[in-house]
Every structure is written in C-alpha cells, then in structure tokens.
Design a protein around this ligand. Structure first.
Ligand SMILES: Cc1cc2nc3c(=O)[nH]c(=O)nc-3n(C[C@H](O)[C@H](O)[C@H](O)COP(=O)(O)OP(=O)(O)OC[C@H]3O[C@@H](n4cnc5c(N)ncnc54)[C@H](O)[C@@H]3O)c2cc1C
Length: 321
C-alpha cells in the first residue's frame, strides 16, 4: 500500500495535495498495489475528493490536537496510519510542513527517506530508485531506497495533478499517541497572493529597479498576471522588499510555470533557486547579463520602458479573451 499525506492548511486541499496523491497513485500502479491518503484534523473539508486523484480510501485522523500544525503530533498520526494500513511507501510534499515531518517519520518507522524527489520512482526488485537535483540544481542524484518502508517527499510542480477516479470513502480515526509538547498560542496567516513556493507565475525584480519606490510597475505586472512577487537577495538585504520574497540558493527555491526576472543579473546563487522554472523570461539592459543564457525568452532593454508595455499588452490580451 502507498500512503499519501495530503496537506490541508485551514481545512482545504491545495494543488500540492493533488500532486502528491497523483504521484502516490502512479507509484502504487508501478508496485501493483493501491493508494490511500491520510488527512489530519477535524476541519478538513471533503476529504473524499482525494479519490478523484487516485486514492482508493482516505483516512481522516479526526482529532482536534491536529487542527494546528505540530510536527511531533503530525508524525505520530501519519506513523500510526501507516502501520494501520500496512504502508510500504509514504509520500509527503516537500513543503515546510513535509520537511519538518519527514525526518521524524523516518525515525519512527525506521524508513529510508528521499527528500525533494522530482520524478516517479523506478522499481528494481524490492528497491525504489528515485531522482532529485543536488548542488543547487547542477546535477541529478539517483537514490535507491531499500528499507521495508520507504518515504518520499515530492517537490512541488514535479507532476501534474490528474483526475482519474471518483470520490473515495472516508474512514475516521483518532490519534492514540499524542506526542506534542508544543502549545500553540496564536496562529497568524498571511492573506493575499499565493505563497511563493506554490506560485505558478512569479514576477521577480533585482537591483536594476534602482529604488524601492519604483516597485509599483512590478506590482502592477504581477497583479495583471495574477502572479506572486519575488526578488534577488541584495534587494531583500537592503530592505527594499521583505525577506520572504528572496529567491535563490540562500532564499526560497521555486519551480513556477513562468518566472519573469526584471533587472536581475542572473548570478549563479540566484539561478540556483529559479532554474527549475518551466519558462524563464528575462528583461535586462545589459546584453551580456548571465541570466540571458538561462532564459527561454529575453528582452534586451530598459525595464522602466519594457515593463509598463508588457503590463499593457497582458491587460489588452486578457480583455480580449
Ligand atoms: C553565498 C552567497 C549566497 C547568495 N545567495 C543568493 C540568493 O539566494 N539569491 C540571490 O538573488 N542572490 C544571492 N547571492 C548574491 C548573488 O551573488 C548576486 O550578487 C545577486 O543575485 C545580484 O542581485 P541582482 O541581480 O539583483 O543585482 P546586480 O548584480 O546588481 O544586477 C542588476 C542587474 O540589473 C540590470 N539593470 C540595471 N538597470 C536596468 C534597467 N533599467 N533595465 C533593465 N535591467 C537593468 C543590470 O544590467 C544587472 O544585470 C548570494 C551570494 C553569495 C556569495
């Protein structure tokens, strides 16, 4: 059995949950077994919809102690469910939640763990071979998981969610071994744009913007595209933009469908966090800027002229739809 932990922040599934279930179902098919999903907490809405993506059943650990994130309780609940369903493979999302659970779960179940996996496994005997990028995306490493229980954390945007089945039955359980020693006093959530790690469209800007007061044109382009904004490290270090927008080797690593880089040189440390984007568009006035080598589309020009025209063109295109 392949067990997928489907994240449900504030009771709702996001794209990463559907990606993980799709991946779990395809892995189960390769192994000739079935795929189940586990969801945590009392506020999860419509857990059965995970069946549409290939889960043959969904286990909901209906326990209020799981309504707020606590890596110890979450790892305990997933481990209990894994034992109950007899899981041999567990799929997590390589999100901040998944990353903080994976190690604990691996120790609890004495399971081999491959984190940040970017493609379906290859089955070789009783081992699963999986790939992940290493050295800031410069190489691909192949790992063989040979332990009886195997844990894979799946990087975002690596598989496309596929609706293949129909709603699954939901089995309710509770958590029998609460381990958490953390007491949550308050939860503050950030409203507005899609968080960077989940964003499919990203408009990012660098030192070429010259001044934080100039960011209006970046915001406007992001707004018209429905994109999330990002920035290079010096921009965040200078407090021109908040640190959570900093992408790269020392910032957030992203894999959006579209990454638009405005006035960013394309230093290797920046590319390390964005070079897995599906399509990269670069606007830079320096034809020698290294970012052009990584770009799918490049505009050589002054961003203060190009960006407003790009925004206008997108606006017109959307109005004509
Ligand atoms: C250990 C280490 C870790 C690092 N980690 C990161 C990281 O995670 N992320 C990161 O981003 N950086 C990181 N850096 C910094 C990185 O090396 C670069 O210094 C940084 O990415 C440069 O930022 P930038 O491209 O915004 O600025 P610059 O290098 O100053 O580039 C600005 C660009 O804007 C262009 N430009 C200027 N004016 C215009 C205009 N009017 N129109 C169009 N283009 C214009 C210029 O031609 C230039 O290419 C790291 C460095 C180190 C040493």
């Amino acid at each position: 059995m392949v067990l997928v932990y489907a994240e449900s922040p504030r009771g709702q599934f996001k794209k990463n949950a559907y990606e993980a279930v799709t991946y779990g179902k395809k892995t189960a098919d390769l192994l000739g077994t079935s795929c189940a999903a586990v969801v945590l907490g009392t506020s999860v809405q419509q857990a059965g919809t995970l069946g549409n993506y290939g889960a043959s059943k969904v286990v909901q650990v209906n326990d209020a102690r799981l309504d707020t994130f606590d890596s110890q309780n979450y790892a305990a609940a997933i481990a209990e469910t894994a034992r109950a369903v007899g899981a041999s493979v567990i799929v997590l999302t390589h999100s901040s939640t998944g990353k903080s659970i994976a190690g604990r779960l691996s120790v609890r179940l004495e399971a081999g763990l491959a984190s940040g996996v970017n493609a379906l496994p290859v089955v070789q005997g009783s081992a699963l071979h999986v790939n992940k990028t290493v050295f800031s995306g410069k190489a691909i490493a192949e790992y063989a998981l040979s332990s009886p229980i195997k844990i894979i954390s799946l990087i975002g945007n690596a598989v496309r969610p596929e609706e293949t089945g129909s709603a699954a039955t939901v089995e309710n359980t509770t958590l029998s071994s609460a381990q958490g020693r953390i007491r949550i006093k308050e939860v503050k959530t950030q409203e507005g744009r899609v968080p960077l790690p989940e964003a499919e469209l990203v408009v990012s800007a660098g030192r070429g913007m010259k001044d934080p007061a100039n960011w209006g044109i970046v915001e406007e382009l992001a707004e018209v595209l429905g994109a999330t904004t990002a920035c290079s490290r010096p921009v965040a270090d200078s407090h021109w933009r908040p640190h959570h927008e900093h992408v790269g080797q020392t910032g957030v690593a992203i894999r959006p469908n579209l990454y638009i880089a405005l006035g960013i040189s394309g230093a290797i440390q920046h590319l390390a966090g964005v070079n897995n984007s599906k399509v990269i568009v670069v606007v830079n006035k320096d034809p020698e800027a290294p970012f052009f080598k990584a770009a799918d589309y490049g505009v050589e020009g002054d961003l203060f002229e190009v960006v407003p025209r790009l925004t206008e063109a997108v606006r017109k295109f959307k109005a004509a739809q």
